[in-house]
Design a protein around this ligand. Sequence first.
Ligand code: GCW
Length: 669
Amino acid sequence: MRIKSLYQNWVKWVLPFYLFTFLPFSVSAEDGHQLWLRYQPVNKAKVTGPECIAAQELRTYSCQDVVLTLDAAMEQDAYRISDGVITAKDEIGLLYGAYELLRRQGRSLDCARDDKGGARDDKGGARDDIFSKPFYKLRILNHWDNLNGTIERGYAGLSIFWKGKDSGKSFHGHPVFVEDPDQPINAELIKEYARANASIGINGTVLNNVNASPKMLSAVYINKVKQYADILRPYGIKVYLSVNFASPMSIPAKGFNGGKPVKTADPLNAQVKAWWKAKAKEIYAVIPDFGGFLVKANSEGQPGPFDYKRTHADGANMLADAVKPYGGIIMWRSFVYGAAHAGEDRVKQAVSEFASLDGKFRDNVILQSKNGPLDFQPREPYAPIFDNIKQTKQMAELQITQEYLGQSRHLVYLAPMWQEFFGFVAPEKLVGIAGVANIGLDTNWCGHHFSQANWYAFGRLAWDPRMRSEDIANEWLGLTFGDKEAGRQGVLEQLLSVMQRSREACVDYMMPIGLHHIFAFDEHYGPEPDGYNAHVPYEWCPVYYHQANKDSIGFDRTHTGSNATAQYREPYCTLYDNINTCPERYLLWFHRVPWSYRLKSGRTVLEEMDYRYTRGVSEVEDFVRIWNEAKPYIDQQRWNEVQARLEHQLENAKEWKKVCLDYFGSFNK
Ligand code: GCW
């Protein structure tokens, strides 16, 4: 009784008061699930032309009438927008054009702002003549998702593709999940995922971890992949799978040897070849436009051709032959170390292993290499494999998930780093781009609202690697936080500055002047510069990378040391080899210096570290300040969530500074 009357009073008196007082000034609640696609239905545009997803999207969200037309002479995926007419070769091109139109309109999020009822745009309005075509044909996300639903290096919850169940066992206090292929797929969520990707031009997705389970290729999972392919296809997205090179040894292939596996995975063995051909046939029978395979072989314990004294080319070509009749491709990763060239400086091993194989790969094999020669560090020099491979097709692999850049807890915008990479490796050298996804089941998809910007930026750069990181950030901010309110523009400019500075800040507070891989073991989040463990490979230990002792610090990779500099093309080879010309941002990556060494600033190594770590921390302090000032302009939930993470980032930055200066300072009394 009492509860009821309290409720009635609340509805009668308190609620109207709140509504009256606060609603006009509040910003609507948002949880980030809509990503950069926060369009509100307008339902007033007349859209004519072929009936397709582009037409549906425009009919719902466009402020202006649109005519869709097909022109068979146009290039695949290209579109033209001119005076309210979108032209493309097929419905996918129309879809890309539609999203471009909406992107331009969405920057203002308000039809009424344009007096003619059309899209408002900083560059002069949607009625401009726009022609756009993707730079790369292959714009692919790589999901490191395991069949039991966990994600390797995933920081936004469990997998959107694979669901596991609790095994009842635990490991280090965490429940152990096992595969559960009986669980239905979440078609609605996958459709949202498809739409988000199509809106930024992504046209391929690898659905499982490169540390691949052979079970991925079993019939029950192929059936699931087919279901995904059917949802993604209308959005122009092909599916690909990571494969375990030893799959023939444990999984049956339809029509092969009565369902019996093979006793070997040797790529030159006739049975193995036949198994892969049968498997390809089985897949393509249900997914005729299946993209192909991604392979991590002889790396970090994965099986590969080297187990049979065969080369990477033998392995890749055997798979390439299996998918060739169907137009499939093989993306073969060059991220290898500790196998054929164990003991060699880790950053040299990819070139050592692949350079002599250049030209020996089939034309449907693409060598996929990380942007740096080590492993997605906050800063690395570019990977010299891009200089050494000349006759084989190459793709770059970028990491969207921030394994080494604060994961989904730090605000770090990655596009400036990727842009830096393209400054060394001309986009023309590559046939495609892969990005290790940062997507999970979290409501906001990426864990951190600002991590969505990295997914967005990846797509935009895959479409046009010459886009400036700043322009991409601007677009994303406008779409993600933009609104009608006056005064917001100044805030967005401040946030743009935060994004643009964030990567450099991260380098400063984690590993300035060329320090690298000084992360806590395995989790790769916090600092552990003194990390050493006799039971793991030496190249997993932080001390391997800085080699600090009482006299000096740094890894000599010049001609007097490991000679990794010799793998670079000129002028970089000479530039990096000479300490006087080597950019100081790579100092301790390439050079070993006495503690008394003075940098161009006049500071000693330790003084410079102190200066940089301090600068990194104060940058994050400034990010916190800016975000606090942005509060009136950002909806509450997203503001709170970002604020909590920024506070955490600041604490972490201070910890990095303290741990690293204490440790390195201990050598340099
Ligand atoms: O960076 C390392 C990661 C591994 C990852 C590996 C790779 C998928 O720590 O988790 O494994 O790279 O790229 O293969």
